[in-house]
Design a protein around this ligand. Sequence first.
Ligand SMILES: NC(=O)c1ccc[n+]([C@@H]2O[C@H](COP(=O)([O-])OP(=O)(O)OC[C@H]3O[C@@H](n4cnc5c(N)ncnc54)[C@H](O)[C@@H]3O)[C@@H](O)[C@H]2O)c1
Length: 303
Amino acid sequence: MKILVTGGAGFIGSHLVDRYVGLGCEVIAVDNLSTGDRKNVHPQARFVHLGLSDQRLEKLILEEKPDLINHHAAQVNVRTSVSEPITDLEINLRDTIRLLDASGKAGIKKFIFASSGGAVYGECTDPPTEAAAPNPISPYGINKWAAERYVAFYAQSYGFDWTILRYANVYGPRQVPHSESGVIAIFIDHLLKGIPPTIYGNGEQIRDFIHVHDVVEANMRFSRLNESINDVFNVGTGRGTSLNELVSILNRTLYQPIPAVYTRPKFGDLVRSILSIGKIEKWGWTPRIDLEDGLKELFTRGG
Ligand SMILES: NC(=O)c1ccc[n+]([C@@H]2O[C@H](COP(=O)([O-])OP(=O)(O)OC[C@H]3O[C@@H](n4cnc5c(N)ncnc54)[C@H](O)[C@@H]3O)[C@@H](O)[C@H]2O)c1
């Protein structure tokens, strides 16, 4: 099976590449290295240094004719999407449309798209199921949601299968502290340097933290080519953890705990973001890595 992973040098994408290579797949990792790192890419994968907007991407897809395209490249910063909405639109929507069109022309069999639960649903009192009405509150969320609709549209037009995975807050090895969702990477980075972690607001913001290895397994569940499930799935733990709790869990692994410092809340931060995962669990995937274990492992390996 031949698989093309966009964003294959990034945090989640590089773990996907590792797993596909481990399964014996032929893997092409495409990335412009804007936030990713060449060193993350498995040596047995073919790395192609290319931006999504580059004309050569369509040529590559038409020549290589992958069976599956797993699309993880994106402008991932919510705040950048607010300050530069056109850039976000170009990378996260326009370039996704181009990729879908090239995928259809090349006759791929399946397309997997990394979306975001928190960004698509917006603020919710109860954990939203996939049936909840989207209510994005940032250009990033608006473009992720619109891109989801284009995935379904192009898949139907060209006749390939598709899966949309709406992630909660993903954490794990190789995450770099550059995005809001990288709060764990930021806190660990600070604590290891002896710097107090900064919490914006009172720290009672709730997040659903999911380990990257669990996210990879969710992708594996829907990478089979002999099934046409064609649907949207939340990928999280269904459990919420406040940022205050997060800091205390992390501090438990330190000889001398470093309390957080508090500052003004950031405009547009969600108060509560937990995903309901009943639907994906019916398809045989469930999160396996407990937050405390995942954090302990991350901490001991140095973030
Ligand atoms: N990390 C999370 O908590 C989280 C949550 C929800 C959704 N997601 C989604 O998962 C995907 C992967 O996110 P991540 O956390 O691994 O971030 P990341 O920044 O580590 O990975 C994105 C990768 O895409 C590459 N890239 C960016 N723009 C590109 C372009 N125009 N052309 C080619 N490559 C480009 C970057 O260099 C990087 O390697 C993204 O689509 C993101 O929106 C992540």
